[in-house]
Write a protein that binds this ligand. Structure first.
Ligand code: ACO
Length: 324
């Protein structure tokens, strides 16, 4: 039987209207535009309006991706949504989005893999298509991470933003996704986590104790090292050389982490999609936001090879190598 590939046929994204610049943050914590830019590359971030949810951003991004693909919501077989900031505990945000799109009846579920959520979701969707189970799948990465930011903590509040991105994947005889790799090591929980929740319980602290706990320097070191070996492993899984990659579309957390991965691949920064300066770290939203920007700006062209990668809380890390 001929190989079935999952091909991206449409992309979309959504960012909240409100923009908060580094200069705005200088007014609420002891920081500087210069510090934030040189350490992270971030210049501004978008923050969800009061009442605007992950599902709102996800729906908007999904509608754009469906329109770009020329696919009707009613044709979808599956929706997989990467998020660590669901609208409500249940139903899943994927179910809420499914109903709003009018895709009722298809399978729909969320994946929580922190910043790797979208690439995890893409890897899962690829398996559904390759197996013949699904033919048209909507994959979304969406977050309102600023809802869990402690705005008095300069170490973390400068790093994050809200946003969403989506792709439509369709079964095809042409490549398509060549390889996806998904990894996790829960032994690193202590370096990046949100300490409270339904089962562990909430606290009397501000925001019920919901906050991002992060050992930034340690996260940085492990991220660079892990992504180094991940890109090697991905090339090997796809049977490709680094020179065959046209674009690196990395998780947008920190420009220095992105530069380190590009160096490992011996890729000039001209072949790396960078959007972190525009929207900071949007966790699961970041890779599909960067991908949609790359497609709509005309940088990424049909037939080119793209390497997507992400690293986040868990730790989790994941990649996809595909022909666009
Ligand atoms: N403004 C000014 N000074 C600050 C700020 C701030 N916003 N935040 C920290 N500092 C200070 C620190 O207190 C420290 O001061 P000290 O030397 O007097 O103790 C100094 O700046 C340097 O701190 P470092 O931690 O050494 O700075 P570093 O160069 O490691 O950069 C950063 C910090 C940006 C957090 C970096 O480590 C990083 O990006 N780590 C990865 C974190 C990340 O991306 N997490 C997201 C989830 S995981 C992922 O997506 C990859």
């Amino acid at each position: 039987m001929a190989q079935i590939y999952a091909r991206i046929t449409g992309t979309g994204s959504a960012l909240p209207e409100r923009v908060v610049t580094n200069a705005d943050l200088e007014k609420i914590v002891e920081t500087s535009d210069e510090w934030i830019r040189t350490r992270t590359g971030i210049q501004r971030r978008h923050i969800a309006a009061e009442g605007q949810t992950t599902g709102d951003l996800a729906t908007e991004a999904a509608q754009r991706a469906l329109e770009a693909a020329g696919v009707k919501a009613s044709e979808l077989d599956l929706i997989v949504l990467g998020t660590t900031t669901p609208d409500i505990i249940f139903p899943s945000t994927a179910c809420l989005v499914q109903h709003r799109l009018g895709a009722n009846g298809c399978a729909a579920f969320d994946v929580n893999a922190a910043c790797s959520g979208f690439v995890y979701a893409l890897g899962i969707a690829d398996k559904f298509i390759r197996s013949g189970q699904s033919r048209k799948v909507l994959v979304i990465g969406a977050e309102t991470l600023t809802r869990m930011v402690d705005w008095s903590e300069r170490e973390t509040c400068v790093l994050f933003g809200d946003g969403a991105g989506a792709v439509v994947l369709e079964a095809s005889g042409e490549p398509g996704i060549y390889a996806t790799l998904l990894h996790a090591d829960g032994g690193f929980k202590h370096l990046l986590y949100n300490p409270v929740g339904v089962s562990a319980g909430f606290t009397d602290e501000p925001n019920h104790g919901v906050r991002i706990n992060m050992s930034g320097r340690e996260v940085f070191k492990v991220a660079v090292k892990t992504l180094d070996s991940l890109v090697d492993e991905t090339l090997q899984a796809a049977g490709m050389e680094a020179s065959q990659i046209d674009w690196l579309i990395p998780h947008q957390a920190n420009l220095r982490i992105i530069e380190a991965t590009a160096k490992r691949l011996e890729m000039p920064m001209e072949q790396v999609i960078v959007t972190v300066h525009e929207h900071a770290n949007t966790s699961s939203g970041s890779v599909p936001l960067a991908l949609d920007y790359a497609v709509r700006s005309g940088k990424v062209q049909r037939g080119q090879n793209l390497l997507l990668e992400a690293f986040g809380g868990g730790f989790t890390w994941a990649s996809a190598l595909l022909r666009y």
